[in-house]
Write a protein that binds this ligand. Structure first.
Ligand code: ADE
Length: 247
């Protein structure tokens, strides 16, 4: 998969050289290309922002540098166009489902903004040529979209074939479609069987695969009820089995 990122802080993305994502890049599974937005700002100060029409606080990112930058990046593609992802707290929620959808794309272009965001005409312009998604990583406001891009690239990158050592680890994730959809994963344990007086639940040592699976599902239901009751309320009753806890 190819990933382009246009930002006024390309150095912000150094963590994409580390760990799982860094290895995926080394192995050619992920091709990340960083671009400095200011390379497409032509005044002496390389200005990328201006005051908002209609007044109000803060600054808005100018359409000109963004338009030139996105044109330049898109022009390097051969046949298909990139799917453009604009991080913003006003966007649709980034979910595991969306991460999976992005993982199936050949090419993503992220346009993280600073200040009050990008002039809206940029999204309208590219929306006529390719898919443009305005996406939020949570109900809080970051200082800019860069950290949101790190979150999304990591969530998408780990789903690419060959990135995770054990392909099954993505199947049991919290939020993964299937039996665990909209359920949080329960607690996990490793050796030793007793630590500072705390014991590993006996069932996990029993070797009884059916009963362990049942226990794990009960723990997932319990944790979801405690931490995310709204997810439990939204569970599709057809996804519940007759042994599920009455919570
Ligand atoms: N930029 C600032 N806050 C953001 C958020 N919550 N999600 C995505 N981009 C953002």
């Amino acid at each position: 998969m190819r990933v382009d990122i246009i930002s006024i802080f390309p150095e912000y993305f150094a963590p994409l050289g580390v760990s799982l994502i860094g290895k995926a890049r080394e192995r050619g599974i992920l091709d990340v290309r960083l671009h400095q937005l200011r390379d497409w700002a032509h005044d002496v100060h390389r200005t990328v922002d201006d005051t908002p029409y209609g007044g109000g606080p803060g600054m808005v990112m100018k359409p000109d540098p963004w338009g030139e930058a996105i044109d330049a990046v898109l022009s390097t593609g051969q046949d298909a166009s990139a799917r453009i992802i604009v991080p913003t707290p006003s966007g649709v929620p980034f979910t595991q489902r969306l991460a999976m959808e992005y993982a199936a794309e050949p090419w993503l272009l992220f346009t993280p903004a600073r200040y009050e965001g990008i002039d809206s005409r940029v999204m309208v312009e590219y929306g006529t040529r390719t898919r443009v998604d305005e996406v939020s990583v949570g109900d809080y406001v970051l200082a800019g979209g860069e950290a949101a891009v790190l979150v999304m690239v990591e969530a998408v990158g780990r789903l690419l074939p060959g990135v995770l050592g054990n392909a099954c680890s993505a199947v049991d994730d919290s939020f993964a479609p299937g039996a665990m959809e909209n359920l949080l994963e329960g607690p996990v344990y490793t050796k030793p069987p007793e630590w500072r007086g705390h014991e590993v639940p006996e069932i996990l040592l029993s070797g009884h695969h059916g009963r362990i699976a049942r226990w794990r599902r009960d723990e997932a239901l319990r944790r979801t009820a405690r931490n995310r009751p709204e997810l439990l309320a939204a569970l599709d009753p057809r996804g519940l089995d007759k042994h599920d806890l009455k919570l």
